[in-house]
Ligand binder design. Sequence first.
Ligand code: NAD
Length: 363
Amino acid sequence: MKIGVPIEIKNNENRVGMTPSGVFELTKRNHAVYVQKNAGFNSGFLDEDYQNAGAIILDTIEEIYDVAEMIVKVKEPIEQEYSLIKEDQVVFTYFHFASSELLTKAMIDSKAVCIAYETVEDADGTLPLLIPMSEVAGRMSIQQGAKYLEKPIQGRGILLGGIPGVPPAKVLILGAGVVGVQAARMAAGLGANVFILDINMKALRRVSETMPNNVISEFSSEYNIRKHIKDSDLIIGGVLIKGAKAPKLITKDMLKDMRPGTVMVDVAVDQGGCFETTKPTTHQDPTYIIDEVVHYSVANMPGAVPYTSTMGLTNVTLPYVIKLANEGWKKACDTTPSLAKGLNIVNGKIVYKEIAEAFDLEF
Ligand code: NAD
């Protein structure tokens, strides 16, 4: 199969869809891999590394989309890319369709085969292609939150871990999934007082059994959220309802109950956000303030640490890429139920129920 790896053109997205090691695994199986010039540069991979692994380097994104039967990338295509995607072309990437009607309609029109990383699902309900990026974003959310709590960036001016004789900050984490658990681990490691809320008792039990004593688990309800936001310094949104828009757990009216300089990091922004006041931001301009509450809602957090993220992502996507290349998408999805769950839009038809429901479109 001819596989194309374009450069990511979304703002400040520095990851790349395949490492030289991934290219090597494909070329040794007699697939042709076309990598756009400098595609891996920001992740620390040179064109020469790709060439040594058997890739063919092409100058432009148009050439990549033109030659490839399958595109392997990282983020959802942005408007400039819509017209490059062709009928029957397999596009294997993060799509997050539920948060963009424009993208959904463009991919329906393209008649391509859109396989979304974020809905590939194992039999036990876990999302293997989301996990490493959620691990990165969860850990980063505390790093970023700690920074924006500083006074010069209009935070409360509190050090997350406190110091001897001065109490630490309070961190509230919504969702005890991958993002939430990684965030809790980082915040706890820095010495903060951490509360982590979820509606899934199994997740809360896991937290309670495995986390240090400065992490308290509590059931997620509007009542409990309203109670905690009053004295939390940093609030992390890490909830997910698979393939659907995130529930709005913190509404605009709740901001007035928070202290000025509270920081809210909405990691769930890529599914529409779990705070009503969330709007997507970029690494160049990551925050905005509403009612004296600092909001951070960068939709591609892992893009800022591409060295770690690219390797974490390609570790888990490569086995699927090899399968798709060896067998073609139909057979690969027939024989691999977890991959079949990734099919979102096929030749102009939505095949994933929650996406159709998000926009009242035909399923
Ligand atoms: P996950 O499925 O592992 O965890 C989500 C958790 O949310 C689950 O435990 C679920 O029970 C819980 N939940 C659902 N409804 C809830 C509610 N009302 N109150 C409290 N908890 C609730 O998902 P994850 O991998 O941790 O991902 C979380 C979000 O982060 C997703 O939207 C994902 O797309 C996003 N994400 C964003 C970035 C970024 O760069 N911004 C990067 C990675 C992941």
